[in-house]
Each structure stands twice: as structure tokens, then as C-alpha cells.
Design a protein around this ligand. Sequence first.
Ligand code: HEM
Length: 529
Amino acid sequence: MGIQLVPDHWYRLLPNALTLFTSFASVLLCVVGTALYRRYKYFRRCDKVPGPPAQLPLFGSFTEFLLEPEGILPHFLKLHKKWNNNRSITRLWVGPFPVFSIGSAEGAEVVLSSNKIIDKGREYDFMHPWLATGLLTSTGTKWNKRRKMLTPTFHFKILEEFIQVFNEQSVVLVEKLNEKVGQDFDIFPFVTRCTLDIICETAMGRHVNAQDKSDSDYVQAVYKMSRIIQIRQMMQPWLQIEWLFRLLPVGSEQKRCLSILHGFTDQVIRERKIEYKLRKADEEKKSLDEDDELIPKKPRLAFLDLLIEASQDGKALSDLDIREEVDTFMFEGHDTTAAAINFSLFLIGNHPEVQEKLNEELVRVFGQSDRPVSMADLSELKYLECCIKEALRLYPSVPLFTRELKDDVEICGYELPTGTTVMIVPYIIHRDPIYFPDPDSFKPERFFPENIQGRHPYAYVPFSAGPRNCIGQKFALMEEKIVLASVLRRFHVQSFDKADGMPLLVELILRPRDGIRVRLTPKILSESI
Ligand code: HEM
């Protein structure tokens, strides 16, 4: 006879299979029920903001956007118009995720002026393989520290040093454009190659000669990588599934591009570090030399050198830290300026009266000379600056950007829940008739000092605003002015397309589907006086 370890009446206390099953099912039901109820409440909360209904639970308003790429922006504008309550905010369902699109200065102010709403939306994740967490993509203390560290590298005195690069590359651009005189052609790629050369030289101190040799591996990898990021963000969202992406040819293509891009930056960092050490040793030697007159002028430093210098100051920046910042400048600093210059040319080429005024300004500042543009000239080119600003109003290079909410936030009378995405849309904000009457017209005089007074500070945000605004905006404006002045001093521009009905693509930048088709006529300087 075996020993009975547990008394009989204890077995009766143990649950039978049915009880176990019902208990388990009830717990499961409670968990699922609570989750569904929470989701329902969340859904209801988000749906208080007007916007198109989610057609399918998991796909949201996805079917709304099953359109040709050039149909997306007009459709988005139509939705905003239809659902937008007092020009403030519109809700979209992107898959199961709510996105609140903000099209007013007042709404933008809440987000952009905040020191807390600084986290980027999830679309920025697809930039990480290239840019890691550089200034554009990082957040929290890392972003804060880096921003403080990098701000001095965009100091006026340092930007002044880059004027020579802007001028030199503009000369190459003018030479290239000269070959196209009298023809109808798309000027977009010419300008893009010029801005790519400028950013390579200013960020890394290296010539990639994109204007002469556009098929270089590095240049091609920059283009391809930007394209892959955009495809994953917007055009083929299934590629956001990491394992699937890696399995497909596009994943291997990204790997190949990254090895070229990172390989190039790594190599430049190594070389510039050696050059830095040699320069320092040389400077120390020369400081002992008494005859200052004989000391040659300091070489021009690139952003990269300033980062290397900063990393010596005890604020250790590893090579990888430096790489992510240099790559970020490469990414942020060429397409944006290229789009801005191109749209300026497009608008100027469509408005003879504006071009005439610009011509008068250029002749007043430069006379007949073809000398390079100087720092002093830049402050004289006031009307050109108004044209650039007005072009960025109508065609902001970055037409929209996002933030992720880490806390509930009230915007325009709506309580937006934590974890949702807000999307700032300069393209819409800039066309608000309250701040810009007759908003679709190109009127540079809107930016005359007397006309800016009293305008809402967030009504014009091509460079974003607040703590996370564009760190490169002064650089960009100087570059734009020099490139445009160089082109317009040599050529008269005539645009072929009209603004009305021009197909636009919302990619990483705002891009004209058919490029910017122009005809250039050489100017005879003495005639223009
Ligand atoms: C016309 C030219 C440009 C335009 C319209 C532009 C626009 C913008 C905008 C809208 C943002 C905010 C993006 C966001 O919040 O997601 C931004 C950020 C940034 N831009 Fe620019 N940008 C231009 C040129 C440049 C240049 C030339 C550089 C570098 C040389 C640059 C470097 C950056 C960086 C590093 C950030 C991130 C700043 C931060 O988060 O602290 N940008 N830019």
C-alpha cells in the first residue's frame, strides 16, 4: 500500500479541467476586452479630431492614398480643406497609427516652440542605417549635447570661410550651364550636382567633383540611399518590415550603398585627423618663430575639422560620432538647397518683372565686373533674399516633417494622446490667406521689412522653428544667394512650366515631377546697365 501524501479532501479543492479552461478563458477575455476597450477609447479620442474615416481597421486611410505619386499632394490638400476645422488640424489614419496634420501657424507654434516635443516620428528610423543618430535623428540628452556642441560650427565667421567654395562651385555651374544656352532643358540635376559639390567640400573638405564626374561611386550612393529611405518611408511601406527588407534586392542595395558611403566618410575622417595632427605640430613650431609675416595663411577648415577639434577638447567624440554628424550634413545639406535654388529659378523665370528688378539689383551691386560674390555683397542683395524667401514659402524644400508625442498635448483645442505623431506641414501653413493674402502668387515684397512686421512668428517655417530648427539655415541662405547671383548675372532665365498644375512630388524634399524646364539666354553685361 502506497503512502497517501495529500489527503482526499484536498484533491476536491483542486480545479478540474473545465474550471481551469473557463478561468483561463475569462482572464484572456478580460485582457483582450480591456485592450480592445482601451484601443476603442484611444480611437474615439483620436477621432475627435476631424479627418477622413479609417476605411479598414488595419489600413486606416491607406486607400485614400492609392494614387499616382503626383496625385498625393493635391489629394492631401483636398482632405485638409474638407476636414480641417478652422485651418487648424486634421487627423489621418496611417495604417493603425493616427497622424495629426497641422496646417496653421497657431498649431505649429505649440509643437515647435516646445522644449519637450523634440522626438522625431518613426519615419526617421529609416535614415538610421546611414545617419545613425546624428543631429537630425537623435533625441533627448544626446541631441541636446550635440546641438550645443555643433552650434558654434555654424558661426558667422566660419560660414564666411565657405564663401570661396560657394563661388568656386558656382563658376563650375555657370560653365556647365553655358553649354546648354539656347536649349530647353531641365536645370534641376545641374543645380543638385553643384550643391553636392559644395556640401562635400564644406562638410568634409573633399572634392567629389559631382559636376564633372556625376557617375562617381560616392555621388551615386548618395542618390540611391536617399531614394531607398524615401521608398521605405512612403512608397512601399511593406519594406518597413526589417527582415523582409533585408531579404529583398533593395536590402542588398542599401548594404552596398552604406559600405561606399561609410567607407568614404571613414577614410576622410582618418586622413583629416592625420592632417589635423600635422597642422597642430606645424602651428606649434611656427608659434616659436618670431617672424609672423612668414607664417602662411591657415588652411580653410571643413565642418569635419571643427568636429575633430571639438573632440580634442575633452568632449570626446568618437570617429563614429563624427561620422554620423558629417553624414547628416551631407544628407540634409544638399537636396534641400538644390530644391530651393531650383524653385527660385522657376519662379523668377516665370515673372519677368521680378527678374527685371533682380537684374537692376545685380547691376547695382556688381556693375560689369564678374568678380566673386563677397560677404559685403550678400547684405546688399536684399531683393534677391526676398525672392529666395518667397520661393521657400511657396515651395518649402521640406514640405512636411513630424514629431512623436511623449505626453498628451493640447493643440488647437484638441487633446492629442501620447504616442501619436504630429505632422507639421509648411506647404499648407505658408499658404494661409490670413498671413499671406493671395497666397498662391509669387510676391517677393511680402518679405520687405515693413511687410513682415506683426506677422505670426510661426506663419513662415521653411527651416522649422524653435529649439529643433535647421542648424544650417544661414549656410543655406548664403549658398543660395551666391549660386543664384552667379547664374542670374550671366543668364536670363525663362521657365517653360507654369506654377498652376505643376505636378509636385512629396519625397524627402519637394520635387517637381518633370524637373525645372528652362531656357537660358546669355546676358551681355554692358547691355544690362
Ligand atoms: C534651403 C535649405 C534647407 C532647408 C529648407 C532646411 C530645412 C530644415 C528643416 C525643415 C529642418 C527640421 C527637420 C525636422 O524637424 O525633421 C531641418 C533640420 C536640420 N537641418 Fe536643414 N534645411 C536646409 C539646409 C540645411 C543645410 C545646408 C544643412 C547643413 C549644412 C542643414 C542641416 C540640418 C540639420 C543638421 C538639421 C537637424 C537639426 C536638429 O534637429 O537639431 N540644413 N532643416
